[in-house]
Design a protein around this ligand. Structure first.
Ligand code: NDP
Length: 470
């Protein structure tokens, strides 16, 4: 059977995705810049090898696929994708379709889709989440393209995607860069989810003196409750593991310097562009950046004394931390979905909010049970913020005091909880009838004659300081 699909880039993700596609019954042509990688890949593909057609040049790769072709790129984001589009261009026929499945910046995807409109071939960008094992056994897939593109690729993408109680975690998000935009926000939320878990871990380790196995016990317990999620599950697992070299807890020998590939940062930047407050995500990005400043932190501790102390009195109960995390998580998603709504309005995408929650229920890094309730809440309360939708409204009321107690206890003990604190401040602000922004407006009017609106609606848009002299 001649393949109708091909994949370029047999790295970690591309190799796993190819096996997944082949396993679902599709014959597949594969190509990789380094030929030995292609050979080794097919050789190790076992039962799936007969469905794979290895090729040694882009020309042979394209020739091996029956038209109209679907060609998946799984190469590093950026210029490598453009180079591939340029190189494929003269080889492609009418109705061939290139799918960029890497972590592209959505502006690049917009541009590429726009350009492809003048070409005989099509181009779509899809966000794929779930890491290597997701790609192999079922990722969450966020598609950017037209309805016609979606109809064309849906059977294959739904087949290879994760399933939540039988429902495929693959959906059309909107045109152009919409799929990669949703994937970007997914990653921003992922940063925030991870950071908040790290913060409660710090309270247990630094505030309560828990050893790693005790932390593992707590996370395991939480994973049976409302916080059930992949990230809590793996947090338990990494807390449980021992270092084969030193025999100490693995966590204790890992340097506290967080890496990043930048998609969380993109989310924070885009949120700023859209003027949507996502302080939990922004705090998580800042925390990673600050963690990388190892030398400054050592110097700070030396110069000012160590910030962290044990928690006062009895410390804090694990159930309090659990509720704080539940509240923090709801606030983080409330902000993330608000950002998606703002992007939908700004870019004129009709982003399907409930479907976004649904594709995140399985396969991706932020997968969790709570996302199922979010999908229902977003369906029942279209256009409304999640904090006003049940069960989240009730949960927030229930957990708010514990979030506040956690932030207070941490602050007193000098344990930084930037994401939880940012979530709480946002929540406090959205429940404040009169904020302090009148002061900002007065200052702006004083130095820049920017004017203000008055509470009594009267028409006197400047203060008595007009004409002042500095
Ligand atoms: P890898 O580094 O494992 O693989 C990269 C692949 O691209 C290799 O096949 C490599 O070929 C090829 N490649 C690299 N540079 C070039 C080039 N200049 N010209 C031609 N081919 C090139 O990356 P991943 O599989 O991890 O990532 C691929 C994409 O998927 C990225 O956009 C990444 O952000 C995204 N992604 C990754 C996830 C992950 O968990 N790893 C999760 C979700 C998305 P060669 O063998 O010749 O070097």
């Amino acid at each position: 059977e001649q393949p109708r699909v091909g994949l370029i880039g047999l790295g970690t993700m591309g190799a796993a995705l190819s096996l997944n596609i082949a396993e679902k019954g599709h014959a597949l042509a594969v190509y990789n810049r380094t030929g030995s990688v292609t050979d080794a890949f097919v050789k190790n593909a076992g039962d799936l090898a007969p469905r794979l057609t290895p090729t040694d040049s882009l020309e042979n790769f394209v020739a091996a696929i029956a038209a109209p072709r679907v060609i998946i790129l799984m190469v590093p984001a950026g210029s490598v994708v453009d180079d591939h589009i340029d190189a494929l261009k003269p080889l492609l026929g009418a109705d061939d379709l290139i799918i960029d499945a890497g972590n592209a910046n959505f502006y690049d995807t917009e541009r590429r889709a726009e350009r492809a409109r003048n070409e005989k071939f099509g181009f779509i960008g899809i966000g794929v989440s779930g890491g290597e094992s997701g790609a192999r056994h079922g990722p969450s897939i966020m598609v950017g393209g037209t309805e016609a593109d979606w109809q064309r690729v849906a059977p294959m993408l739904e087949a290879i995607s994760a399933k939540y109680e039988g429902t495929p975690c693959a959906s059309l998000m909107g045109p152009g860069g919409a799929g990669h935009f949703v994937k970007m926000v997914h990653n921003g939320i992922e940063y925030a989810d991870m950071q908040m878990i790290a913060e409660v871990y710090s309270l247990m380790r630094d505030g309560m003196g828990y050893k790693a196995p005790q932390v593992a016990d707590v996370f395991e317990g939480w994973n049976k409750g409302r916080l059930e999620s992949y990230l809590i599950e793996i947090s338990a697992k990494v807390s449980r593991a021992d270092d084969p070299i030193s025999g100490n807890a693995m966590l204790d020998v890992i340097l506290d310097k967080a890496g990043q590939k930048g998609t969380g940062r993109w989310t924070a930047i885009e949120a700023q562009q859209l003027a949507v407050p996502v302080p939990v995500i922004e705090a998580a990005v800042a925390a990673r950046n600050l963690s990388a400043r190892l030398e400054m932190r050592q110097r700070g501790a030396e110069h000012f004394g160590d910030a962290q102390k044990a928690l006062e009195g009895e410390g804090i109960a694990a159930t309090t931390l659990e509720n704080a995390l539940i509240a923090g998580k709801i606030l983080c998603y409330a902000q993330g979905f608000e950002m998606l709504a703002a992007a939908a309005a700004h870019f004129k995408w009709d982003l399907p909010m409930p479907a976004i929650a649904r594709v995140w229920r399985e396969g991706c890094i932020i997968r969790s049970d709570m996302l199922n309730d979010m999908a229902t809440a977003l369906t029942n309360n279209p256009g409304d913020n999640l904090i006003f939708a049940e069960p989240f409204s009730g949960l927030l009321k229930e957990c708010e005091a514990d979030l506040r107690d956690t932030v207070i206890a941490a602050t007193r003990a000098g344990i930084a909880v930037p994401a939880l604190a940012a979530g709480l401040s946002w929540f406090d602000t959205v429940r404040t009838r009169r904020t302090s922004a009148n002061m900002i407006q007065a200052q702006r009017d004083y130095f820049g004659a920017h004017g203000f609106e008055r509470v009594d609606g009267k028409d006197e848009p400047h203060g008595p300081w007009a004409g002042h002299e500095d």
